[in-house]
Design a protein around this ligand. Structure first.
Ligand code: FE2
Ligand code: FE2
Length: 264
């Protein structure tokens, strides 16, 4: 089985010809499956581009959502829409998937949960204006409380999924937000304390570490994005986190790439 990994493709920034060119580049990888770790587009385009990707490549599409996918709508509405999609599988609502006799696939969205770095940071995310849930927060404290609650919910969902994972030698976890500060990288370095609270999901990291420690015979690989930097972090011998992002010479939206293609 050939699998290609895409993350933070932000396809809403592409005009039709560039979009077609990207679909062609993905198809050229000849994937049987696509793993997409969020920030696919925005709420009004995410279903369409997932449908087009599936149609154009003929691959089975597995995905989680990123913060940008909720833009101009609410978290609940976009997740409900994702759940109804037939062209692609939204992993947070799917049971663990047997990709092969050796490998199980699960996924959760993740959320930057304001539990590390400098929570008094002046970094302003568009999320807070463009996602209904954050626009309703009356002050910074309410926003931080919401972020921490979202992170805790993601951790709970992840724990429930992990409880259902069979003891396959390998486990693949897709998530949008890096689950460890060391996996939150940009331009080859760990993101600074001003960015870390919004770009790391401490809660899912705790659950992943706990699972890997309790299952030493199972190798867990996590694929994530969000920080737009490329890196690998190995918190435990059997737990590896790969963060996907922009190639070194790219610093803006509209330049989607295939992160990797591998055989399972
Ligand atoms: Fe992104
Ligand atoms: Fe993101």
């Amino acid at each position: 089985m050939r699998c290609s990994w895409l993350t933070d493709i932000h396809l809403n920034f592409l005009k039709p010809l560039a979009l077609k060119g990207f679909y062609d580049r993905v198809k050229a990888e000849r994937p049987d499956a696509l793993f997409i770790t969020g920030d696919i587009a925005e709420s009004d385009t995410v279903a369409r581009v997932l449908h087009e990707l599936a149609q154009h490549t003929g691959a089975k599409v597995y995905f989680v959502l990123g913060n940008h996918d909720f833009y101009r709508s609410s978290i609940r509405t976009v997740r409900e829409d994702a759940q109804r999609m037939t062209a692609a599988t939204y992993l947070p609502v799917a049971d663990p998937i047997a990709l092969s006799p050796h490998m199980t696939l699960i996924g959760v969205d993740g959320w930057g949960d304001a539990r590390c770095g400098d929570t008094e940071s002046k970094v302003q995310l568009s999320d807070w204006q463009l996602i209904d849930d954050f626009r309703r927060c009356k002050d910074v404290a309410a926003r931080i409380e919401l972020l921490q609650r979202l992170g805790a919910n993601e951790a709970r969902a992840l724990r429930d999924k992990l409880a259902k994972v069979p003891p396959t030698p390998k486990l693949l976890v897709l998530t949008h937000v890096p689950p460890f500060p060391e996996a939150c990288v940009y331009a080859g370095e760990q993101s600074s304390p001003e960015w870390l609270p919004w770009f790391t999901c401490i809660a899912t990291g705790e659950v992943l570490r706990e699972h890997a420690a309790a299952h030493p015979a199972q190798r867990t690989m996590v694929l994530c994005g969000h920080a737009h930097g490329i890196g690998t972090h190995r918190p435990l011998p059997n737990l590896e986190v790969r963060t996907g992002g922009w190639p070194p010479d790219t610093q803006e939206y509209g330049n989607p790439v295939v992160q990797a293609t591998f055989e399972l």
